[in-house]
Design a protein around this ligand. Sequence first.
Ligand code: FAD
Ligand code: DHB
Length: 389
Amino acid sequence: MTRTQVVIVGAGPAGLLLGQLLHKEGIDTLILERRSAEYVGGRIRAGVLEQGTVDVLEHAGVASRLRSEGLVHDGVEIGFRGRRHRIDLKALTGKAVTVYGQTEVTHDLMNARAASGAPSVYEAEDVALHGLDGSSARVTYTHRGVAHEVSCDFVAGCDGFHGVSRRSIPASLLKIFERVYPFGWLGLLADVRPPWNELIYASSDRGFALASMRSPTRVRCYVQCSLDDRVENWSDEQFWDEFRRRIGEEFASQVPTVPSLEKSIAPLRSFVAEPMRYGRLFLAGDAAHIVPPTGAKGLNLAVSDVLYLYEALRGHYRERSASSLDDYSPRCLRRIWRAERFSWWMTSQLHSQPEDAFGLRMQQTELEYLFDSHAAQISMAENYVGLPF
Ligand code: FAD
Ligand code: DHB
């Protein structure tokens, strides 16, 4: 049996970033990831980073490419039934957001991990957690047919929504809050110059659409789809036709039908599990909570959890603080619930829902109020750029 200080389950952005921050602090970690490195590095997901996230990546020493290739956006556009309004993030809050793909963040973190020499095991099967409520924890797993066992002080559960960590907490000790929305997002990635300078979140009577980008030559676009839809049902032509009908006249004529590099469907869900600690196990990122993607909060929340967990572990190991580990879950949850509220609000206002007439009027009134009220715009902008870490 080997030994380390912290076993990190999952090599998504949460697990890799925690590994990097703890390595810089001289705290030993082992990362266990179920998938291959190629699979993890190829997943297309988030695209918008808050300034707080950029600051943490700087602190972790993994921001040099982000600094040169990230696209700083001072504003974001909201479209509603043909009307479009720019929310001037910079003027309203003094802050901006950075467009830089999660794929790139993951690559930068994987490179840093490899350079540090700290151990990671990809394709680790049957990861199981033991002794979480005792005086020391153990983690067992199988790799290439060989069984392994590691003893540790703590386990960081960074293994996403479907991981093993949250399921290792007795159900009677967890309180679950959940809302599943009756629609999903179909996303498409393509190599073409984005005709829009900033992101556009558009609500149309055919459903929601989002115009985003990854670089000056690559777009990422989404359309609201039904929950039981399949990627195979959508040719690239059908996607672009639908996107053009929803995004508004100005851009409809400027979007060519280009072949996709990737297409995928994501269901939309709000989810929080409380508390985020069970004995020696700490949950971080999607393992503990999910937000619907409208509002771009998921990756950013994973980063604030990881910052707090790093500070808690540093407090425990370096300053012998008795309270830093106890503060972790309540500190995370305060920020998480505010991001849950904002993501739920953005989702509810911009998507077509099987609503009654009153619900539709409320959506319309909410967006008109946003377009006309400086106070409402400040509130939206301060949430979009990210509440303080
Ligand atoms: P994950 O990225 O899910 O990583 C968990 C890792 O754990 C995975 O690699 C998984 O393979 C591994 N794992 C799972 N089970 C096990 C096991 N049993 N043993 C070992 N390893 C295991 N967020 C934003 O902030 N901005 C956006 O613009 C945005 N857009 C999005 C768009 C889409 C279409 C989607 C789907 C998500 C989006 N998100 C966005 C959310 C964001 O991608 C996630 O919140 C983020 O990936 C969470 O990181 P994580 O490390 O917690 O979890
Ligand atoms: C992207 C995804 C989001 O969920 C969002 O709100 C903004 C941008 C993207 O993938 O680019």
